[in-house]
Write a protein that binds this ligand. Structure first.
Ligand SMILES: Nc1nc2c(c(=O)[nH]1)N[C@H]1C(S)=C(S)[C@@H](COP(=O)(O)O)O[C@H]1N2
Ligand SMILES: [Mo]
Length: 434
């Protein structure tokens, strides 16, 4: 594995109860409860806020670039996202629209491998738990899940493994995500662990996998677009959830309504949407997009552009340490007399961030931002800093997060890999000071 599977110890249960209540309170106080019409947000969706379609290519974190809208495309209930493809729908959120400490529903990115289910009935939807290692296979209604297991709310990062792919050189195929295939809303649901324990599993359990109701792009009903999973130890963590809600509302249709997994800190692809079956496997799951090279990186580093045999690709576990500058927007004009207020988030898929450093001189000197602790394990951490500029002119602000074990974000593109995963290079924005 190139990503070490390290965890901080889970918090004790009284702390977690407090966090659940605090998370619910924060939703009730802080977030606007704007609803959206339930049902499918189709590719040709109409009203409401816009998704901007841009055909601009790579390297959006190069500071002075900004998105050039070429066509307006709307997805009901989403606002300001940049569309990468419309069949299937893939759309990311520009960094300055990720400025909220809790990602609102309308700013949560969308990554679809297939076509979402066309008609969803929350009341009759079922989830079946089965697999070689299950003791008693069971089927639950969502109302059973809600009433039989302790309800929790956790703020958890979902980041696509391919976030940042657009920067790889040589270019790699796939969605050309820049910076915005990440979000950190509050997820409402239950612990996956509680359901696994309700069914029971034998000692030979190795992996926990999901199956979903979306359909393959080919239209072939026998093929699944994606069916991934995690080792049982990860499935049993406090932050591995079965979720029916985001920020106190139903999930958005494109984010998995009515039921999904949220596996904090790991590539988004393990957080199955529209789930109807969970399998406790006695082997590493062999579903769609588990086979190499999907969601894998070379087991040892390779030169840019190298060919890597599928046998030398290892499954990605936790996502690496990373950060975003969400305020101001890149390209902003600023008056020299006043300090500029910077805001953003920092996270790590297996640890906490201990320091967020900022540079306005291309990394020659650094300032530590005021960094908040995470509200719960595997939530992003918010940071703030007022920076003063020594002169007028063109500046870049660079942000660099350092995790609890001293591992920092690379300032340049990290290890090239054939599928373009795990780009956690520093985020840079441009500021014109006058
Ligand atoms: N059933 C299903 N689950 C899925 C996917 C999908 O296409 N189908 N995409 C996965 C990927 S690759 C990512 S990054 C996350 C994205 O979650 P979001 O669309 O809610 O942001 O969902 C994951 N779960
Ligand atoms: Mo993804």
């Amino acid at each position: 594995m190139t990503q070490k599977d390290r965890h901080l110890g889970s918090s004790d249960s009284t702390d977690l109860e407090k966090v659940d209540q605090e998370n619910r309170d924060r939703v009730n106080q802080g977030l606007s409860r704007r609803g959206f019409v339930k049902g499918l947000a189709s590719a040709t969706a109409t009203l409401g806020a816009s998704v901007v379609y841009s055909n601009q290519g790579a390297n959006q974190s190069a500071p002075a670039l900004s998105t050039t809208p070429t066509e307006t495309f709307t997805i009901e209930g989403k606002d300001g996202l940049r569309l990468l493809s419309d069949h299937p729908i893939n759309a990311e959120t520009p960094p300055h629209l990720l400025n909220d400490d809790i990602t609102p529903i309308n700013r949560m990115f969308v990554r679809n491998n297939g076509i979402p289910p066309q008609s969803v009935n929350f009341d009759t939807w079922t989830l079946t738990v089965d697999g070689e290692s299950v003791q008693s296979s069971k089927t639950y209604l969502i109302s059973d899940l809600k009433s039989r297991f302790k309800n929790i709310s956790r703020q958890l990062i979902v980041e696509c493994g391919g976030n940042g792919r657009a920067e790889f050189d040589p270019r790699v195929s796939g969605n050309q995500w820049t910076l915005g295939a990440v979000g950190c809303p509050i997820w409402d649901g239950i612990r996956l662990k509680d359901v696994l324990e309700d069914c029971g599993y034998s000692d030979d359990a190795v992996y926990v996998a999901y199956h979903s109701a979306d359909t393959h792009l080919s239209g072939d009903k026998t093929r699944e677009p994606i069916s991934r999973g995690v080792p049982i130890s990860k499935a049993l963590e406090e932050e591995s959830m079965i979720s029916w809600g985001m920020n106190g509302e139903d999930l958005h249709p494109l984010n998995g309504h009515p039921l999904r997994l949220v596996i904090g800190g790991w590539p988004g692809s393990v957080s199955g949407k529209w789930i109807n079956r969970i399998s406790i496997r006695d082997r590493v799951h062999d579903g769609a997009k588990m086979a190499s090279p999907s969601y894998r990186v070379p087991c040892e580093p390779v030169a840019p552009g190298a060919e890597v045999s599928v046998d030398n690709m290892c499954i990605i576990h936790a996502m690496p340490v990373k950060s975003l500058i969400t305020q101001p927007r890149s390209g902003t004009q600023h008056l020299k007399e006043e300090p500029l207020h910077l805001h953003g988030h920092a996270w790590s898929g297996h640890s906490v961030v201990q320091d967020l450093r900022l540079s306005i001189d291309f990394g020659q000197t650094w300032h530590s931002a005021e960094l908040q602790p995470p509200v719960n394990r595997l939530a992003w951490q918010n940071w703030d800093y007022d920076i003063e500029f020594p002169s007028e002119g063109y500046f870049e602000v660079w942000a660099r997060a350092i995790d609890a074990s001293g591992v920092a974000q690379p300032m340049v593109l990290p290890g090239w890999n054939p599928k373009g995963y795990l780009n956690n290079a520093c985020h840079r924005i441009a500021v014109y000071v006058s």
